[in-house]
Ligand binder design. Sequence first.
Ligand code: 5GP
Ligand code: ZN
Length: 118
Amino acid sequence: MALDKDCLFCKIINGDIPSAKVYEDEFVYAFKDIEPIAPVHYLFVPKTHICCAKKIDAENSQYAAKIFEAIAKVAADEGIESYRVINNCGEDAGQSVMHLHFHMLAGTKMGWGKQSLG
Ligand code: 5GP
Ligand code: ZN
């Protein structure tokens, strides 16, 4: 596990910055988003510094797979039947923290379509 001492989510993973943990295993850390946009808003991050989805490759894709396993586990444990997973990659997509993360949103009826693209 290679963490970056200057990265916000690496600091959350190693406990330097507190977070409301919802799940953890060898590969994945998940915690509540500090500014939730839905009743359930969790962030799932790999326990190694990967800046963004563009940098997922054959060497590290196991982390992405483990994140989706973790999301399914958390959903099952919490009885969440329907949810949305979002990854923002790059500036135009709205990525503000440069450590790969997947938003899990649930607990409300969500819109879809072009109008949801701001
Ligand atoms: P992005 O915009 O990069 O896709 O998502 C970053 C997310 O991280 C945002 O939803 C934001 O609210 C959340 N966030 C930023 N700083 C912190 C923090 O210190 N703690 C937690 N729990 N969430 C954070
Ligand atoms: Zn990081």
